[in-house]
Design a protein around this ligand. Structure first.
Ligand SMILES: *Cc1c(COP(=O)(O)O)cnc(C)c1O
Length: 225
C-alpha cells in the first residue's frame, strides 16, 4: 500500500528536507542546491507523482528512453527542465538538443564540436556541464583530471560552448569527499559556478562540498525496476 513515505510526493518531501538540512549545516542557503530528480527506469506514475507535487527538474541518462515519455509530460507541464546526465553519442546529438535543456556530460572534443554545430544550426544553445572522470576509471565517461583545464579552454574558445559547471560520478568504492573537493577546486580555478555532484547515497556530503545540483534517483522515486 502507498503510504506518504512510499509515494513519490512523500519521498520528494523527505529528500527536499534532507537537502535543506544539509545546506543549513554547511551554512548555505537551501535554495542554492537544486534537486535533479533522476527518473531513468522509473514507472511513469512515479514521475507523474513528482510532477503533481510540483517538481519540475529531472534527469535522464538515455536519449531514447527520455524521448519516449517526456514530450507527453511536457504537454501537461510546459515548465519542465530536463538534464541529460548520461553519456552522449554524437549520432544522438540532434535528438538530445531537441529534447534536453542542459547537457551535463560533455567530455570530448568530438562531442563538443557536434554540440556546437547543432546549437548553431538550430539556434538552440544549451548550457553545458563538463563531466570529469575524477577517479580516472577506464570504463567511465568524463575528461581525465589531467586534461580538464585545456579541454575547458577548447570548449569555450574553439567551440563557443556555454559551460556552466562541472559534473562527476565518484568511483563506487571510494569515499566521495576527495572527489567532490577536487571538482570544487577545479571549478573555482576555471571560474565555473555549477557543481553537479551527489546521488542518493552521498548527496549530503556533496552539499557540504558545495554541490549546486544533486542528481537523486532512488531516494526520490524508490528502487529502479
Ligand atoms: C542513475 C544516476 C544517478 C542517480 O542515482 P541514485 O543512486 O538512484 O540516486 C545520478 N547520476 C547519474 C549520472 C546516474 O546515472
Amino acid at each position: 500500500m502507498e503510504t506518504p513515505e512510499s509515494s513519490a510526493a512523500g519521498r520528494l518531501a523527505v529528500v527536499m528536507g534532507r537537502i535543506a538540512a544539509a545546506a543549513g549545516a554547511a551554512g548555505r542557503d537551501a535554495g542554492s542546491v537544486r534537486l535533479v530528480a533522476v527518473s531513468k527506469l522509473q514507472p511513469e506514475e512515479r514521475i507523474a507523482g513528482a510532477l503533481d507535487a510540483g517538481h519540475r527538474l529531472f534527469g535522464e541518462n538515455r536519449v531514447q528512453e527520455a524521448e519516449a515519455r517526456w514530450p507527453a509530460f511536457r504537454e501537461r507541464f510546459p515548465d519542465i527542465a530536463l538534464h541529460l546526465i548520461g553519456g552522449l553519442q554524437t549520432n544522438k546529438v540532434r535528438a538530445a538538443v531537441k529534447l534536453f535543456d542542459v547537457i551535463e556530460t560533455v567530455d570530448r572534443p568530438r562531442l563538443a564540436a557536434a554540440l556546437a554545430r547543432e546549437f548553431e544550426r538550430t539556434g538552440r544553445a544549451l548550457p553545458c556541464f563538463v563531466q570529469v572522470n575524477t577517479g580516472d576509471e577506464p570504463q567511465k565517461g568524463g575528461v581525465a583530471p589531467a586534461g580538464l583545464d585545456s579541454f575547458l579552454d577548447r570548449c569555450r574558445t574553439e567551440y563557443g560552448l556555454d559551460v556552466v559547471g562541472l559534473m562527476c560520478i565518484p568511483p563506487a568504492e571510494d569515499p566521495p569527499g576527495p572527489h567532490f573537493a577536487f571538482l570544487r577546486e577545479a571549478a573555482r580555478r576555471n571560474g565555473l559556478a555549477g557543481l553537479s555532484m551527489g546521488m542518493s547515497a552521498d548527496f549530503e556530503t556533496a552539499i557540504r562540498f558545495g554541490a549546486t545540483h544533486v542528481r537523486i534517483g532512488s531516494a526520490v522515486f524508490g528502487a529502479r525496476g
